[in-house]
Design a protein around this ligand. Structure first.
Ligand SMILES: O=C(O)C1=C[C@@H](OP(=O)(O)O)[C@@H](O)[C@H](O)C1
Ligand SMILES: C=C(OP(=O)(O)O)C(=O)O
Length: 439
């Protein structure tokens, strides 16, 4: 799918989409926490759909009640021999240890970029937890057979925090259901953990679903205390948070082409990408952060310095912002980008290069030479949702029309993104005819 964007000014209000990080964790927690979970504000991105399909295949029942989902689960009880994680890195890394809670052998597959993303963490770690695993040399497909038995282990957290998210949920489920560590403790020790706030989100969701929460010793050791097995748990409800990762694109769009007001982003969220606020302040955009909304408009934008090591998904919106900031913006953490949906350091360099913005990669630092104007050209998403969204936002003040190829990549995290830009007044042609109903 091609999307064409004309230079546009924005105005008005928009509600941020549901966070796939929050929604996918809620699906996993509802599966293992047992009993009934009511999920408010559920997301409908492809990654969210993948997570819902996975929990159904692992035995949960999901019913839609208006805008709400009710998930009923009796723990991990696979009803299919295979789960498909679509293109979701979080789903595969979070659900693999959960699948391994069962004694059934389950095959784990995925699609698109996921088949080339590294999973060898599991080849090394799961056998230490009594799980049989086969993989395609550290890639998909994998097959696992448990039941996983929590043990004291030491893991590497430098490639991704998502593996740790999966282990934390699996240990919590096992401790709660089998009381495996009654009278003792069990510890996951993590070396060089990156994307730390994502682990805070995991612990927050575990707590909200009544799962045992380990003691977090400086993001270095996670210590579960023993407890008696729990057979019955009370019903619970969870509201999926507004998405700071997708919301960052809206906020940058406001800083480039606003004024706009973004609602539904909680200032007290543990989401990593809330850190976009600091960059928006540092670059001199006009921003007012209120309890229930953020109002943002362009200022005399200037270059800024930012460390995105723990919030790597901010690179694409930050590059779009930096392109409009006078001077050399530096962003640290490029090495975190190699194994996302595309190799994002390179794809940002290529696509913004086409728009006339020089992006340099110097070891772990990205330098963006901004403030000289952007050309309206044809760019390509590399089938990466965040590259498509970065290009779309950058296009808003280019000197002519921008065409984004494979623009439908946004469905992975933010299917309503182009529609939201249109609602804010951007001239965006998605090739889809809109039928207007007259009341
Ligand atoms: O746990 C999560 O929800 C995520 C963690 C991050 O991955 P890494 O931990 O691999 O950096 C992030 O990039 C990804 O989009 C979502
Ligand atoms: C990298 C991403 O997601 P995941 O790793 O879950 O596929 C992302 O959303 O940018």
């Amino acid at each position: 799918m091609k999307v064409t964007i004309q230079p546009s000014g924005l105005s008005g209000n928009i509600q941020a989409a549901a966070s796939k990080s929050s929604m996918q964790r809620a699906c996993a927690a509802a599966l293992v926490a047992k009993g009934e979970s009511t999920i408010y504000n559920p997301g409908h991105s492809n990654d969210d759909k993948a997570a819902l399909d996975i929990i159904k295949r692992l035995g949960a029942e999901v019913s839609e009640q208006g805008d709400t989902l009710v998930i009923t689960s009796n723990g991990v009880k696979p009803v299919a021999p295979e789960i498909n994680c679509g293109e979701s890195g979080l789903s595969i890394r979070m659900f693999t240890p959960l699948v391994a809670l069962s004694k059934e052998k389950v095959t784990i597959t995925g699609e698109g970029s996921l088949v080339t993303r590294p999973m060898n963490f599991f080849d090394e770690i799961l056998p230490q937890l009594a799980v049989n695993i086969t993989s395609n040399e550290g890639k998909l497909p994998m097959a696992v057979q448990g039941p996983l038995v929590p043990a004291n282990i030491e893991v590497d957290g430098s490639l991704s925090s998502q593996f740790l998210t999966g282990l934390l949920l699996a240990y919590a489920a096992s401790v709660q259901q089998t009381g495996a560590t009654v009278n003792e403790t069990v510890t996951i020790t993590v070396n060089d953990l990156k994307s730390k706030p994502y682990i805070d989100l995991t612990l927050d969701v575990m707590q909200q679903f009544g799962l045992p929460v380990p003691e977090n010793k400086d993001h270095r050791e996670f210590v579960f205390s023993g407890q008696e097995p729990v057979t019955q748990t009370a019903a619970r409800s969870y509201t999926v948070e507004g998405d700071w990762s997708g919301g960052a694109f809206l906020l940058v769009a406001g800083a480039i082409a606003g004024p706009i007001t973004v609602r539904g982003l909680s200032p007290v969220s543990t989401q990593a990408d809330k850190a976009i606020l600091q960059a928006l302040i540092d670059c001199n955009s006009g921003i007012a952060i209120e309890a229930k909304q953020i109002v943002i408009h362009p200022g005399k934008l200037k270059a800024f310095a930012f460390d995105a090591t723990d919030c790597p998904d901010l690179f694409p919106p930050l590059v779009a912002l930096a392109a409009y900031c006078e001077g050399e913006t530096t962003i640290k953490g490029v090495s975190r980008l190699a194994h996302k949906e595309s190799n994002r350091g390179i794809t940002l360099q290529q696509e913004f290069g086409k728009m006339g913005i020089q992006v340099e990669l110097k070891d772990d630092i990205m330098v963006i030479h901004g403030g000289k104007g952007l050309k309206g050209v044809v760019v390509h998403s590399h089938h990466d949702h965040r590259i498509a969204m970065a290009c779309a936002v950058a296009a808003l003040k280019a000197n002519g029309e921008t065409i984004i190829e494979e623009a439908d990549a946004i469905n992975k995290s933010y299917p309503d993104f182009y529609e939201h830009l249109q609602q804010l007044g951007a001239v965006v042609d998605t090739g889809e005819k809109k039928i207007k109903f007259i009341e």
